[in-house]
Structures are given as structure tokens and as C-alpha cells.
Write a protein that binds this ligand. Sequence first.
Ligand SMILES: [Zn+2]
Ligand SMILES: [Zn+2]
Length: 447
Amino acid sequence: MNREQAKQAANKAIDGHAQRLIALGEDIFAHPELGYKEHRTAEKIEAEFRAMGVPYRTGIAVTGLRAELPGPDAAGSGDGKGGGVPRIAIMGELDSVLCPGHPHADPLTGAAHSCGHNAQLMMMLGVGYGLLETGLAGKLAGNVSLMAVPAEEYVELEYRDKLRREGKIRFLGGKQEWIRLGEFDNVDLAMMCHTTGTPPGKTISMGGTSNGFIGKYVRYHGKEAHAGGAPHAGVNALNAAMLGLMGIHANRETFRDDDTIRVHPIITKGGDLVNIIPADVRMETYVRGKRMEAILDAGRKVNRALRAGAMATGAECEITELPGYLPRFNNARMNELFTANAGELVGPETILPPGHTTGSSDMGDVMHLVPGIHPYTGGAAGVGHSESYRIVDPQLAYIMPAKAMVMTIIDLLWDDAAEARRIMAEYVPVYTKESYLAMWEQLFAGE
Ligand SMILES: [Zn+2]
Ligand SMILES: [Zn+2]
């Protein structure tokens, strides 16, 4: 079998599972779960791994699971870096966002798949079936791991901070937690696609760079008093918070356009009872930007503004700094290979070139340790994270990316993994696992 025949065979095998994967993807779409709570979704993926007959592990960072396809080093003991065979990680995210108004939202939790992560899981499974049923898994000069990772959406900071204080997790993002747990120690290249809506006539938007961010969980401590009878005896934490927010807005003109800074706080608790001066007010925010220095600089300004609100009213301001996500930078050669393969499936003219997005993903953290890509693939419509988000083209959303990724894996691992080895040789990691963990621990220790 030559390379082209291998790609066709893998895509044919994926087509054989298309209807079932689409149905499973729609089922998961209708049963959304928030990060580190994706138990039902994990069970569905586990059933697929079991059906594949491959070794797998569950409960990685609470809900994550990982399967190893047959290969030269299926046990996963070696890594390409040490002259062994390269290992490629194919990822799908398990979680949803919170969007109670979405027609498919969970009535109890308000969770909804308004970011299309359910589709990523089907892409990952499609890759597995494509390589297994053709026997390519085991023949290619490298290994493939299928990773269903939890908690990409960086939400419910108070809840996750509590999990952190209980020692259940250390990082709020699932892939960060996997890095800490050593799940990327034997990974050499990483790939995933993220479902999105695309402009008319376009099917894919290749990943270039993205914003990273840090998280902040803020508590204002005031003093309760009767709001009608004796407000003078109280300290209004809500007023402090409002002034803090205004202070942030007053700093926005100092953010450089080129840093694409984004600061978007929410008040998660604004008081207890209407007739009591609020003494306990809570907020969550991100500070995002293109580079970590710019993010930390903007973060200092945000802290200054938040504290100023407290100072103005006599309240106390407690800021918990939380590691966010590092900026993404997609690997150029992997992008080229993926674009060429996807172009055969959807037409090269329908693919948008890499750009900069001001959103973030913990895939950025992975890209600071190993080369990786995160293209945005079409098939969805509506606004991301909103009640209008839906999947309108199941083939494009669930199946096409699986094919484009399996074809790219074949390119990477063909010819004794020449492409993969070249990319690995050229890639310079920004961090080792140890220096990566130390960098974020420093931020934890910040406040
Ligand atoms: Zn999202
Ligand atoms: Zn997403």
C-alpha cells in the first residue's frame, strides 16, 4: 500500500463509522457536562475504546481518559526525543460551557455544548477507527495516543479553586493538569481540531497564534449593616467592586493595540439580602493578551484598580491569582501538511490562512512543550458560547476533520516518520515540564 492508498483506506474506514459517530456526537451534544464533571461523556468514550479493543486508562485528572493504538512502542515507554519512535497525541475535549438559554442545555446545570467540544471527541474516535481497521496502527513508524481531556473551558473558578485547595487538581485547565500528571512526557507532537462557524464558502480556518491569559478570583470584604436604618455603620463591598470595575475601564486606553489585551470580569456574588449592606462580593475575571509580559503588565493594572475600589470605600480586597492558559502558536509544517490534506477533502480555496485569535485554549500550554496544531474546522453556526450555537453540517463537523487528521498522521509517520522527526528536530520547546510547572507555581504564589 502506498501513501495515497493508505490515506484512502483510512478515510474509507472512517466513512464506515460516520453515521454512528454522528449519532454519538449528537447524543453527547444533548447531554452536556461542565469541566471535571464529564462523567457520562467519559463513559461513552470509554465504551468506544473498549469496542476498539485497545488499552486505555480512565480518571486522568478526574474525568479524562487515554487510549494507546497499536504501534512500535504501544506501551508508551519511550519517546521519539530519545531516538525512539515519535508519538502523536490526538485530542478531543470532554466539556461544555454554561449556557442555560441554549435549546439543548442541561435543565439542572445549565451546561450546553455551545463550543462544539462534542464534535472533537468524534474526530478523535474517527482517527482511531481509521488507523485500526486498516491495520496502519502498528505499521506506521510511530505511535498514536487518543486523549479525551477534561475542562478546557476555564470556568467556575470558585468551584475549581476549591478542587485545587482540596488537592484534587492543581491546575484549572484539563491539559495543564495532564502536563503536570506526566501525560505529555512521552508525546512528541499534538493535534486537535476545534469546531466553529465559518464564513460562506469557507470550511476551515487554520490556527496561527492566540491570546493567553491569567485568571483572577476576587473577594471584597465589607461590613454588614441595615441598608435603610444604618448604612453609615456598614462598608459596602459592592460599591468597592463597582469602583474597581470602573478603575479597570479607566486603564483600558493604556493597553497597546498590538497586545490584544482583553479583560472581562463578572460579579458572581453581589450581596446577600437587599436590605443589608453587602459585606461579601465576589468576582471572576481573565486578563488576556498576545504575550505573557503584556498579560502580567495588564494584570498589575487590574489589581491596582481593584484595590483602589476597596481603598475608596474602606473595604478589603482579596485577589487570588490563577494560572490561565499560554498563547497558542501552531506549528507551521504541521499546518502545511494538514492544509494540503484538508484541501483534498474540501477544496484548498475554502481554507482560510492562519491568523491571530483573541480567544484562548490550554492547547497553548501543550504547544509550549511539543509542536502542535489546533485548526478551526467548520460545520457549526451561531455565536460561540451562546444559545444560538448549533452543528448544521455533521459531515463537516464530525467526520471531515477526522480524515484530515488521519491523513496528516500518515504523512508524519510515513517513510520511517521522516516528517515527524524533522519537525521534532526543528522545534525548540519554550519550557520543559519542570520549568513550565515552576512558571505557573510562581504565579500561584504571586498574591
Ligand atoms: Zn469555548
Ligand atoms: Zn472550545
